[in-house]
Design a protein around this ligand. Structure first.
Ligand SMILES: [Zn+2]
Length: 357
């Protein structure tokens, strides 16, 4: 090896990503070429040839590695945004879901790479993302229209009966009950004292739809009624024994237990409405270990949208279920804890409690 190739090999061994795009290395025995940062195992040095770029490697008969994808220098974020642009455009134009094969083809990578990278960047599979987009479009149209059938048609659902099934499942309410402020849904709630003041926990048959904290129980109940003006809202007391209450009581004790320093990672079913973006942010929040915080900026970068820190902040502020989705773990870059729907002091107290655990 010459001095130059020795140096390139050192770089490849160190997996230094800052050299990506400057050269590629190819492996004679496998016929594959990689970026310097490729995570795959390194071959014996005698097997390696270097090229100035993908084109040169290809014309020498080598194929691109599916893991580091040296032919797509934009990296994972670029791949995901290409796939998302295709999905969004497809739903917009055809009013129907694309197939996984179509998304894969448009993304110019293998299906396994697409699924892995997409999931890692967004927390969703490509098809989950596509279904979420379609549902989001459906909900937007629904709010703007009197006629549910038109909304279904606009959102690209094949037949309205199937749409009712799918959308009903995901909303925990039928489309028209959603539009009418929860009409037809039964929402049970309990109000209880907690380490951080009054706490209200509310849920439907499918999951928790609200966790609120405050100084005044009546105000919390009023908020719940404002959010679901048409729902059948029932306060349950500790001597009630219907099935819906059993579940609600279990959920409440898990949440209270977490506040008292027991289990801090809450994994409970939720029944909330959200956009795809909000869900992506909330999943990232749930992935922050208890006792740690992230800045809005870090979360935005994690989502592959570094300029979206404001939108991330708004998604945190829109969280309807305190603690279950731990938006208190998202803070401002300047060290300030940032806003909290249930009071900044409560947020700071929560961060403090979790740090001590
Ligand atoms: Zn590779």
């Amino acid at each position: 090896m010459t001095q130059d190739t020795c140096y390139l090999w050192e770089v490849a061994l160190s997996r230094d990503a800052s050299f990506d795009g400057h050269f590629v290395y190819a492996v004679r025995s496998t016929g594959i070429y990689c970026q310097p940062s490729c995570p795959s195992r390194r071959p014996r040095q005698s097997q390696v040839v270097f090229f100035s770029g993908p084109e040169e490697a290809r014309s020498a008969g080598y194929r691109a590695c599916q893991r580091c994808r040296p032919d797509h220098p934009g990296g994972d974020a670029e791949l995901v945004s290409r796939a998302r642009r295709y999905i969004d455009g497809h739903i917009e134009c055809h009013g129907a879901l694309p197939t996984l094969a179509q998304i894969t083809e448009a993304s110019e990578v293998g299906v396994h790479v697409l699924r892995r990278v997409f999931k890692q960047e967004t927390g969703l599979t490509p098809m989950q993302y596509a279904r979420g987009r379609r549902l989001g479009r459906f909900k937007t149209t629904l709010r703007d229209r009197a006629n549910v059938a038109d909304a279904l048609y606009d959102a690209g659902y094949g037949s309205s009966s199937r749409a009712y099934e799918t959308a009903g499942e995901q909303l925990g309410m039928t489309p028209s009950s959603y539009r009418k402020g929860g009409s037809g849904a039964v929402i049970r709630y309990v109000v209880t004292g907690s380490a951080l003041g009054e706490m209200l926990v509310a849920g439907t048959a499918s999951g928790i739809c609200a966790v609120k904290m405050g100084d005044d129980a009546e105000a919390l109940i009023g908020e719940l009624r404002d959010e679901f003006p048409a729902a059948d809202i029932r306060r349950v007391e500790s001597n009630d024994h219907d099935r819906g209450f059993e579940e609600l009581r279990n959920w409440t004790s898990v949440i209270l237990g977490s506040l008292d320093g027991g289990r801090l990672d809450i994994d409970l079913p939720v029944d909330v409405r959200a956009t795809v973006f909000q869900w992506r942010v909330w999943r990232k929040l749930q992935a922050i270990p208890s006792g740690e915080t992230r800045t809005y900026q870090q979360l935005a970068e994690d989502l592959g949208q570094p300029t979206a820190s404001r939108a991330v902040g708004q998604a945190c502020a829109a969280n309807p279920v305190a603690l279950v989705i731990p938006c208190h773990r998202a803070v401002r870059k300047d060290g300030n804890s940032g806003g909290y729907r249930w009071g900044r002091q409560r947020k700071e107290a929560l961060i403090e409690v979790e740090r001590r655990e």
